[in-house]
Ligand binder design. Structure first.
Ligand SMILES: O=P(O)(O)OC[C@H]1O[C@](O)(COP(=O)(O)O)[C@@H](O)[C@@H]1O
Ligand SMILES: [Mg+2]
Length: 368
């Protein structure tokens, strides 16, 4: 049976600033998705949040980029904005809805979207990850560790189905071009690109032996669509696990190191990506630190069994402690790089308007 998993998210209003999604937004979204399940449009769904981003996880048989599914998500974001965010004056009501009318595909309209279609296996574990206060390139490091680094993923050495490696599809978000690179043989080329996560973003990963889709992320950069700062993209990621794909624990292992990502306060700072359970999925200190939630499901004929709240485990306490220490260390740099992002990344923040004011005051400098 061919199943499509669609994870579509948007920031349509935050409670107490950009901290968390209001429960009423989730309630109304659940109601509408329940109706869509009753009509048969959806097989199943799960609504959750990370920070101020409302997450709609849906399963169906309509394929990727389906107008009905995308419209369902778009209409929900619009309705919850009108009926909940605006009356309650939630912060940044409708923030990610960059266009007025739906035009067939939600991509490029503001919300983030990751979708994959596949033949459901005899047993199909899927893992979904959602991050707040960071950008899509934040997954680059994790995806490399999961699908190309045998020090993370034992199966790359041990499992014959994975031994020939994976193919990474990388998007240049500035040039709107993509390239496929094959690991392990092109690992260094891959790293040459994805080590610049603000520009090169891993969009998909395929198993090399049979071309099966293994992972897909949301790879849009909102500021490049809007041409101005509209918050970070707060990306999502779907990964298939086990039996010829990395085991659930191999996927999670990549999250045990809270690597540094761009985002955090005003989308302008470097900070550690902290893996948290759903109950800690709110961004507080300096609007962060950037955080990620992970949910695990078993699919059965497209139905979502679960979730398992994957980071709700003492095994990730040390990671969180390390993230807190790194957060504290980075914070002490205040407005200095590398805590504050470099000039290229700051271009789409509100900093250029501040610098503009100083322009006229510059005079030729003395010869040194
Ligand atoms: O100028 P404002 O409206 O207070 O916006 C600043 C806000 O933008 C943000 O960068 C937005 O974060 P999100 O991308 O999660 O919406 C917050 O960190 C910060 O509070
Ligand atoms: Mg957000």
């Amino acid at each position: 049976m061919r199943i499509t998993v669609s994870l579509i998210k948007a920031d349509v209003g935050g409670l107490a600033g950009h901290v968390v999604v209001h429960p009423k937004l989730e309630e109304l979204a659940r109601k509408r998705l329940e109706e869509a399940r009753e009509t048969g449009l959806l097989i199943d769904f799960y609504v959750y949040h990370v920070g101020d981003d409302l997450q709609l996880l849906m399963t169906h048989t309509k394929g990727e980029n389906n107008a009905e599914i995308h419209k369902l998500a778009w209409d929900i974001f619009v309705e919850v904005t009108e009926k909940v965010s605006k009356p309650l004056k939630l912060y940044g009501a409708g923030q990610d809805l960059l266009k007025d009318t739906f035009s067939g595909n939600i991509k490029g309209m503001g919300p983030g979207c990751a979708e994959m279609e596949f033949e459901e296996r005899r047993s199909e574990p899927i893992l979904v990850f959602s991050a707040d206060k960071t950008e899509p390139g934040a997954w680059n490091y994790k995806l490399y560790r999961i699908f190309a680094d045998p020090f993370n993923t034992a199966g790359l050495i041990i499992d014959p189905a994975m031994h020939s490696g994976f193919i990474f599809e990388v998007v240049d978000v500035y040039e709107h071009k993509s390239v496929k690179l094959s690991t392990p043989e092109e690992s260094y080329d891959l790293l040459a690109l994805i080590g610049t996560p603000g520009r090169y973003v891993v969009k998909r990963v395929y198993r090399k032996s049979d071309g099966e889709i293994a992972a897909v992320s949301s790879a849009t950069r909102l500021s490049l669509i809007a041409g101005r700062y509209v918050g970070k993209d707060d990306p999502v990621l779907i990964i298939r696990a086990q039996h010829g794909f990395p085991a659930t624990g191999e996927v999670l292992e990549a999250f045990a190191f809270p690597h540094l990502v761009a985002g955090w306060m005003r989308g302008s700072h470097t900070g550690p990506l902290m893996p948290v359970p759903l109950r800690y999925a709110q961004c507080t200190r300096f609007d962060g630190p950037p955080r990620v939630v992970g949910l695990g499901f078993q699919l059965h004929d497209g139905r979502l069994e679960g979730p398992v709240d994957l980071f709700d485990d003492p095994a990730f306490e040390m990671t969180r402690r390390m993230a807190e220490e790194v957060a504290d260390y980075m914070r002490r740099h205040g407005p200095f790089m590398p805590h504050r992002l470099g000039p290229e990344e700051m271009e789409y923040t509100t900093l250029p308007s501040v610098l503009e004011k100083l322009k006229a005051r510059f005079v030729p400098a003395e010869a040194e």
